[in-house]
Design a protein around this ligand. Structure first.
Ligand SMILES: Nc1nc2c(ncn2[C@@H]2O[C@H](COP(=O)(O)OP(=O)(O)OP(=O)(O)O)[C@@H](O)[C@H]2O)c(=O)[nH]1
Ligand SMILES: [Mg+2]
Ligand SMILES: [Zn+2]
Length: 295
């Protein structure tokens, strides 16, 4: 039997079988490490309702991060779109946003930014800074949507963006990923059972990734929020691949292996403040430093 992992609780998994039925499963052995989105082979266990995961199919792609030991940890697999959620509270960390965008580029999947809690956006000074950052992302080519799980601003548009394929919502803890998913599910069958129980228990922080199906057929993975994030990067030279506006200019650098730091005739450095914003260039340098430390 074949199925897709739709929720993980450490070594226990919820799996949607190809037949459409949802079952619970354990994993045979210690070597298999399925994550949300993985396609697995299963066998029934006699006398139990649990199934046994006995095999893992090759992944089309994977969202990764280096763990403390420097190994690559897989967070989710077989994705079509990364939705990076930010907000005013907790204060947006744009470096984290850039790192998720970098991960999406390295995985060759679409990425977009959702600025949630738009209901709290006053006409304050913050607004000018946010508008400048958003304009920068749009110039690079990333769609940015302002949403509110409170006022419902932008929810329909977000639903349309997620109509096809599998999307994962990522971002800092507390920006409203689960609240957005709740809103998106409001007109689908799946909604209440799973989600309202959670509220009754008074627990809000998401502890495991869960894949949900929208009425449009689109799938959404709600993932636990992070304090920090960096993609697993195989070689420092790959970092520029994760910044489209830097990659574009890098073809004009004198050296093919230019890291865009202090090399002569570097087209990227020459473009800082224009095609490459100071902020994104700083993001690039920070991630390059990190990649060098880890490699
Ligand atoms: N004002 C306002 N509050 C929001 C909005 N969206 C979410 N919140 C609140 O923000 C808090 C965190 O929301 P969650 O949906 O749990 O955030 P999350 O991103 O899923 O957090 P983690 O699961 O920890 O990663 C809750 O108290 C929500 O009610 C919004 O659009 N506007
Ligand atoms: Mg959550
Ligand atoms: Zn260069």
């Amino acid at each position: 039997m074949r199925g897709q992992v739709i929720a993980t609780f450490s070594r226990r998994m919820r799996v949607r079988l190809d037949s459409g039925e949802t079952i619970e499963a354990r994993i045979r052995g210690k070597r298999l490490r399925p994550v949300c989105g993985d396609f697995v082979a299963l066998e029934p266990i006699s006398g139990e309702s649990d199934w046994l995961i006995v095999g893992l199919e090759d992944r089309r792609n994977a969202l990764t991060r280096p763990n403390r030991r420097g190994d690559t940890e897989v967070l989710a697999a077989n994705l079509d779109r990364l939705v990076v959620v930010a907000a005013g509270t907790p204060v947006a960390d744009w470096f984290i946003v850039d790192r998720y965008l970098c991960a999406a580029e390295l995985m060759s999947v679409d990425a977009m930014i959702v600025y949630n809690k738009a209901d709290l956006l006053g006409a304050d000074a913050d607004r000018t800074e946010i508008d400048a950052i958003v304009a920068d992302y749009r110039r690079i080519g990333y769609p940015v949507l302002f949403t509110s799980a409170e006022s419902l601003q932008g929810i329909d548009e977000l639903g349309r963006e997620l109509e096809s394929g599998t999307s994962i919502l990522v971002g800092q803890s507390g920006v409203g990923k689960s609240s957005l998913v709740n809103r998106l599910l409001e007109d689908t069958v799946q909604k209440t059972a799973a989600l309202s129980t959670k509220h009754r228990e008074g627990r809000h922080t998401t502890v495991n990734s869960v894949m949900l199906t929208l009425r449009s057929g689109g799938r959404v993975i709600d993932s636990p929020g992070v304090r920090d994030y960096a993609p697993a990067i195989a070689a420092p030279g790959d970092v520029a691949e994760g910044f489209p506006e830097i990659k574009r200019l890098s073809h004009h650098c004198r050296f093919k292996d230019c890291r865009h730091l202090r090399e002569p005739d570097c087209a990227v450095r020459a473009g800082v403040g224009e095609a490459v914003s100071e902020r994104r260039y700083a993001s690039y340098r920070r991630l390059l430093n990190l990649a060098r430390k880890l490699s």
